[in-house]
Design a protein around this ligand. Structure first.
Ligand code: ADP
Ligand code: MG
Length: 309
C-alpha cells in the first residue's frame, strides 16, 4: 500500500475524476480515520483496493458525517463501518449502541401486553418490592418466577393475590411480568373489569369470540382485580368460565389479583352478595378452575396509596 498522495493520484488517474466530486473523494481518502483503517488492514486488501473502493470511502465519510443523501444517518441509529470484503473495501451499517439499547427496551416492552393497566407497573421490579408485611407474597412470586425461569414452557401454578386496596397486588404482578420479560417470556396483564366491559361491548360487532380467543391462548395471563364488580351469568360462565377452562386444560400459567379472598369470591360469584338466586354449583365450578391455576396468597402491609412511602 502506497502513501496518501499516491493513492489519490492513482484514483484520479484511473477514474478520471474532476471537479467538486474529485475534491471530495480526495478529502475522504485523506481522512485520518480512513487512513488509519487502511493502514490497519493493508495486508488484507488488494493492491488496487483503494482505487476501486474510492466511491465506498467517499460514501463512508459522508455517511459518517451526516452529509450524504441520507442526511439523518448518524441519527438514524446506524453508523457506517469500513470492512474488507473479497480483498476490497466495502461498507457495513451497524446499529449504534443507543439503537441497540432502544431496541432492547422496545423488545422487552413488546413482551408485555397490558390492557388498561396503570403505567406505574412498567417500572415495577421484584428487587424494589417493599416486603414489610408482604414477605409471603414476595416469596410466592419468587418461587413462581424461579419455576418459570427453569422451565418456561411447563405449567406452573400462578398466584391468586388477595388483600385490601393499595397493598401492592397489582404492583407485584407488574414486577413478575417485568422479570419474565427480562428472560424473554411474554405475559399479558388485563384489568379484568375493563376487559369485561370491553367484551360486553364487543357483542355488537361480533368480536367477542375473537377477543376472548386471543386472551385464552397467551403464554402467561394475569387477571387484575377479579371480582371487583358483579358479573352477569353470561360474563361468569361464558367469558370467565370459558377462559379459565381453557387455561386449565391447556395448563397455561395464570395469575390473579382480587380484593376478595377465594372464599369471598365464591359467595360473590354465586350471587349471594347481590341477593340473586344461589348459583353455587356454577360458582364452585369457576372456583375449582381458579384453585387449579393459582395458590391463594394474602398480601398485607400498609396501604401504599395513602400511607407514607
Ligand atoms: P393494589 O393493586 O393492591 O390495590 P397497587 O399495586 O396498585 O395496589 O399499589 C398501590 C400503589 O403503591 C401504586 O401506586 C403502586 O405503584 C405503589 N406500590 C405498591 N407496591 C410498591 C412497592 N413495593 N414499591 C413501590 N411502590 C409500590
Ligand atoms: Mg390493584
Amino acid at each position: 500500500m502506497t502513501n496518501v498522495r499516491d493513492q489519490i493520484a492513482a484514483i484520479m488517474d484511473q477514474r478520471q475524476l474532476t471537479g467538486r466530486y474529485a475534491e471530495l473523494v480526495k478529502q475522504a481518502v485523506a481522512d485520518p480515520s480512513v487512513q488509519a483503517w487502511l493502514t490497519a488492514h493493508k495486508d488484507e486488501l488488494a493492491d488496487d483496493a483503494v482505487t476501486r473502493g474510492a466511491a465506498k470511502i467517499y460514501e463512508y465519510v459522508t455517511a459518517r458525517d451526516g452529509k450524504g443523501e441520507d442526511q439523518a444517518l448518524p441519527n438514524s441509529g446506524y453508523m457506517p463501518q469500513l470492512v474488507v470484503s473479497n480483498r476490497l473495501i466495502d461498507i457495513m451499517y451497524e446499529p449504534t449502541p443507543a439503537k441497540i439499547a432502544a431496541a432492547q427496551v422496545a423488545h422487552q416492552a413488546s413482551l408485555i401486553t397490558s390492557v388498561n393497566m396503570p403505567k406505574a407497573i412498567r417500572t415495577a421490579a421484584l428487587e424494589d418490592y417493599d416486603r414489610t408485611g408482604r414477605a409471603a407474597a414476595l416469596l410466592a412470586a419468587t418461587r413462581f418466577t424461579d419455576a418459570m425461569d427453569e422451565a418456561p414452557q411447563a405449567f406452573h401454578r400462578g398466584l391468586y393475590l388477595t388483600g385490601p386496596f393499595g397493598v401492592g397486588k397489582t404492583y407485584l404482578l407488574g414486577a413478575i411480568a417485568n422479570h419474565l420479560a427480562d428472560r424473554g417470556i411474554a405475559s399479558t396483564m388485563v384489568h379484568f373489569p375493563s376487559f369485561a366491559l370491553e367484551i360486553k361491548n364487543a357483542i355488537n360487532d361480533h368480536t367477542t369470540e375473537d377477543k376472548l380467543d386471543r386472551l385464552k391462548k397467551v403464554p402467561v395471563l394475569m387477571l387484575d382485580d377479579i371480582g371487583a364488580e358483579s358479573y352477569s351469568a353470561w360474563m361468569r360462565d361464558e367469558v370467565l368460565g370459558v377462559l379459565l377452562q381453557y387455561r386449565m386444560q391447556e395448563e397455561l400459567p395464570t395469575l390473579f389479583t382480587s380484593n376478595k379472598t377465594m372464599a369471598e369470591l365464591t359467595d360473590f360469584l354465586s350471587g349471594k352478595e347481590a341477593g340473586k338466586d344461589l348459583e353455587e354449583v356454577r360458582a364452585r365450578r369457576i372456583m375449582a378452575r381458579i384453585r387449579f391455576l393459582a395458590d391463594e396468597i394474602h398480601v398485607g402491609g400498609q396501604d401504599r396509596r395513602n400511607g407514607p412511602r
